[in-house]
Write a protein that binds this ligand. Structure first.
Ligand SMILES: CC(C)(COP(=O)(O)OP(=O)(O)OC[C@H]1O[C@@H](n2cnc3c(N)ncnc32)[C@H](O)[C@@H]1OP(=O)(O)O)[C@@H](O)C(=O)NCCC(=O)NCCS
Length: 299
């Protein structure tokens, strides 16, 4: 049975990020529904150029409903998966319950199939919304343990400020040439999400380690534990080099991806981030080791 769609008073559009009014409508939608401001992305190189938004607009040009697809190639067990990501899924309260989101989900997944993506991934706090479309949850794991002895001859790192033009250019170059941070599970590029995520969490620090030509995203939590979120570099430096460059002698370490390139081993622990990573496609493939995508790749 075909389920009902009531789109009375609305106009369907897709591919509207090139239109300033369309982009502004999405910024307002995400601000209103999630309290997230993606506006600064315009000053950080703009939205991901592969984005394909699908939306229903009202007569005033407001987005009643949106779902965006974009190319999100990622590494799984040593191989690059040509995947799409789905993000910015939301319907304004007055328009809910009319089948608008179901309609956009079907349209976005059809587009992904026509583009030849072999898989689709998304984050959600409502997994049951996506299970009917064949999405399944991927368990996520972080790694915890004791810190290695920091390298003592490292050149001190400096803070990197994406809002400054020179630092943004440096970061964009490194993002373009980055190696996957893990061979088990990691994004290959996803520059736009890294850049906007530097702005969305005030606790995340971004540092440049010049001798390693690496940008490191990290935090110190309330207990003094060092938390490593991501490393952007053509060659991933060791955790000892990172701690040396940052001049951190924290005893406890948490790494929010599988640390197979860091010259350090920790113990995997289930990661409770509040959202579930879901995958559609690839049969029953799953990471061969406990793993998670860096929070800097969150979308
Ligand atoms: C979740 C949300 C997108 C649903 O929008 P909607 O336009 O009311 O959805 P639809 O009318 O198209 O319904 C689509 C399906 O989702 C189901 N659904 C709706 N809200 C749901 C919820 N909170 N949890 C699980 N399923 C839900 C509906 O029952 C319907 O199922 P069916 O296809 O079997 O009939 C909307 O409530 C919203 O924007 N919420 C806040 C933001 C959010 O949660 N976004 C998605 C998370 S990634």
């Amino acid at each position: 049975m075909t389920k009902r769609l009531d789109s009375t008073g609305l106009t369907f559009r897709q591919d509207y990020f090139g239109d300033a009014a369309g982009w502004a409508a999405l910024v307002r939608l995400l601000q209103d529904i999630f309290g997230i401001d993606i506006g600064p992305l315009q000053q950080l190189g703009g939205p991901d150029p592969t984005s394909m938004p699908f939306g229903w607009f009202d007569a005033d040009g407001e987005l009643a409903a949106n779902l965006s697809a974009f190319a999100l190639p990622f590494v799984l067990n040593g191989r690059i998966v040509h995947a799409a990501g789905l993000q910015s899924g939301a319907v304004r309260p007055p328009w809910r319950g009319r089948g608008l989101y179901r309609d956009l989900t079907v349209k976005a997944l059809d587009w992904c199939e026509r583009q030849g993506f072999e898989a689709v991934i998304l984050y959600t706090d409502k997994p049951s919304l996506y299970e009917p479309y064949g999405f399944r949850a991927m368990p996520l794991h972080r790694y915890v343990g004791t810190a290695p002895t920091p390298e003592i001859d490292a050149i001190p790192a400096r803070p990197l400020l994406p809002a400054s033009a020179d630092d943004l250019a440096l970061l964009q170059l490194l993002l373009k040439a980055r190696s996957p941070v893990s061979t088990t599970l990691s994004v290959t590029a996803n520059a736009a999400m890294f850049l906007i995520n530097t702005q969305l969490d005030a606790d995340v620090r971004i540092s440049f380690l010049e001798d390693c030509q690496a940008v490191v995203a990290w935090k110190m939590d309330g207990t003094g534990r060092f938390s490593l979120l991501d490393v952007v570099a053509a060659e991933i430096p060791s955790l000892a080099a990172i701690l040396g460059g940052l001049d951190i002698a924290s005893a406890a370490v948490e790494v929010l991806f599988r640390p197979d390139k860091l010259g350090w081993t920790g113990t995997p622990q289930p990661f409770e981030g509040g959202t579930t990573l879901m995958l559609r496609g690839l049969g029953d493939d799953a990471p061969h080791f406990p793993a998670m995508l860096s929070p800097m790749a969150d979308f």
